[in-house]
Design a protein around this ligand. Structure first.
Ligand SMILES: [Zn+2]
Length: 279
């Protein structure tokens, strides 16, 4: 008998990234109609996370950027002074009550919140009682710094969590009712998270499709290690999402992160689920 989870969306803080990098091969005249860049060509993004609760467990999906950032880095990436801890506090959730954290991948805006500075400026684990679940491939690539981006797999984010990492390998159930699914493209080892709730499957696809504007086939990111594979993986995931009436929660969507998927002939469109209070 599988377990049904209560699921709520948390906002772990905004950031801004270059619009051109966020939309890869899509020309600016197209993407700038969908989202307006600022005077430094950056677009506003959110770092959405999921809080999953059952009778005896609390699981967090993603952790956002955290707060180990210099003023200069905050300025470059427009990192808001808000973290997943602020979001948990608003829900009256003690970080020590989190039993497990699942991350889609370990880029700075996903794994940064796994650690924080102690009083002496030493990075320590944020969730002291939690295991951290990440694909084996992603963990190895992160430790090896295997990315076209400098400074996205930071050792200050990785070393403190070493002892509590539990590696997933391919599609598997992490807890009854919560499973992970490899979604390669953005990184080799990225995983989506699937959650059984009373109203059906909630899927968190990570940077496979970061905002609602990335649903189109060629809308992969310049940050993707394998843009073509990302497109193929996205088609497979959207196919299943449409067939099985999944609810998707988009990780960087600032306005309407909760969507459903519908077919439009050759491809798919997203329908926002407004006023999502959790399921
Ligand atoms: Zn990201």
């Amino acid at each position: 008998m599988s377990q049904h989870w209560q699921c709520s969306v948390l906002q772990a803080g905004k950031l801004k990234l270059d619009g051109g990098s966020m939309f890869g091969v899509v020309p600016r005249p197209l993407w700038s109609k969908m989202t307006t860049p600022d005077d430094r060509n950056r677009i506003e993004l959110q770092t959405n996370c999921l809080l999953l609760e059952s009778e005896d467990r609390r699981v967090l999906v993603e952790t956002g950027c955290g707060d180990k950032w210099s003023d200069k880095q905050r300025d470059i990436y427009g990192i808001e002074r808000r973290t997943v801890l602020d979001a948990l506090k608003e829900q009256n959730v003690d970080p020590e009550s989190i039993n497990a954290v699942i991350v889609t991948h370990l880029h700075f805006d996903h794994g940064g919140g796994l650690t924080r500075f102690d009083g002496e400026g030493v990075p320590i684990r944020t969730f002291t009682e939690a295991s951290v679940h990440v694909q084996c491939q992603e963990w190895e690539d992160a430790l090896a710094g295997k990315s076209t981006m400098n400074g996205t797999y930071l050792r200050s984010h990785l070393d403190p969590i070493h002892s509590c990492v539990q590696l997933t390998d391919g599609e598997c159930e992490v807890f009854p009712g919560i499973s992970v699914l490899p979604v390669p493209g953005h990184t080799w080892g990225q995983q989506a998270v699937l959650v059984e709730t009373l109203t059906g499957i909630v899927c968190f696809p990570g940077d496979l499709m970061p905002t609602r504007h990335h649903v189109g086939a060629p809308y992969s990111m310049g940050y993707d290690m394998m843009p073509f594979q990302n497109m193929q993986t996205k088609r497979r995931l959207l196919d299943r999402a449409a067939d099985e009436s999944w609810i998707l929660v988009l990780d960087h969507e600032p306005d309407t992160p909760v969507v459903t998927v519908h077919r439009t002939g050759e491809w798919f469109e997203l329908e926002p689920v407004r006023n999502f209070q959790g399921v």
